[in-house]
Ligand binder design. Structure first.
Ligand code: MN
Length: 257
């Protein structure tokens, strides 16, 4: 009892701040665009049922149309072929969704190179300064890409050679997924892999290795700049879509002032 009272007191007195890491969900939320011959997700849409009118004189409500992988969202292991025997989004253990989070900031490097990829040496250097990656926790990969999130063209950053956005090298993705105790990787981009990761070996290595290892992905985060390198707690709340491969999620962090 005392632990929760202390926590609630600290939140009430703003000694602990709650930082929203979620992108607003609307028809203009950027979504992934796959090239032919692959199928694509629909954009988020509201469909009005009634608005204090004849179909519903006292009430306003909508149907929502969305993909599972729209806006700030979770990738469950089942999303990828390598994780197809793994958990669906409704089965994710809550203990993995309320967990420690650390922030690795490479926004300075990405500013001059949108195709920047994280290597093991960058993580090792971060660990030397900040300590080990948190067991059962999340690595939040700050690239500065959230600044582009209100403009789909800038966010996807595609040209005739495909999309250009930062990610993680295949070697580093395998190492993070298989040789650390992370629960997942969170990013600011439209997906957890680099824009050019279709050409990596294996293709889409973050998806391949993390989901194959039973870990999760988390995308389109915002406001990571407001988090400390270590010491935050993240709360990730996907919808429990039975059999689902992922879900839009509200994500926030608790940060000690
Ligand atoms: Mn996804």
């Amino acid at each position: 009892m005392a632990l929760l009272q202390d926590l609630l007191g600290a939140i009430r007195e703003s000694r602990i701040e709650i930082v929203d890491l979620t992108a607003p969900l609307s028809a203009s939320t950027p979504v992934l665009r796959l090239p032919e011959p692959f199928a694509n997700t629909i954009p988020f849409q509201l469909e009005e049922i009634s608005r204090y009118d004849e179909p519903g004189p006292f009430w306003y409500w909508n149907n929502i149309h969305t993909g599972e992988h729209t806006g700030t969202h979770v990738d469950a292991p089942k999303h990828w072929a390598s994780g197809q025997d793994g958990l669906d989004v409704a089965q994710l253990p809550l203990r993995a969704l309320v967990a420690p989070a650390v922030v690795l900031d490479v926004s300075g490097k990405v500013a001059g190179n949108p195709d920047f990829v994280l290597e093991i040496e960058h993580v090792r250097k971060w660990e030397q300064a900040n300590g080990p990656l948190p067991a059962g926790g999340w690595l939040l990969y700050r690239t500065g890409w959230d600044e582009r999130s209100s403009d789909e063209a800038a966010f996807l950053n595609a040209d005739e050679t495909g999309p250009h956005s930062p990610g993680v090298s295949a070697e580093c993705a395998r190492w993070l997924a298989e040789e650390t105790e992370l629960a997942g990787l969170g990013v600011e981009t439209v997906g957890t892999d680099a824009g050019a990761a279709h050409s990596f070996t294996p293709a889409f290595p973050v998806h391949n290795y993390f989901l194959g290892a039973g870990k999760c992905g988390l995308t389109q985060l915002q406001n990571l700049a407001q988090l400390p390198a270590t010491g935050a707690m993240i709360v990730v709340s996907p919808l429990p879509i039975v059999g689902g491969s992922g879900s839009p999620a509200r994500v926030y962090a608790l940060v000690e002032k």
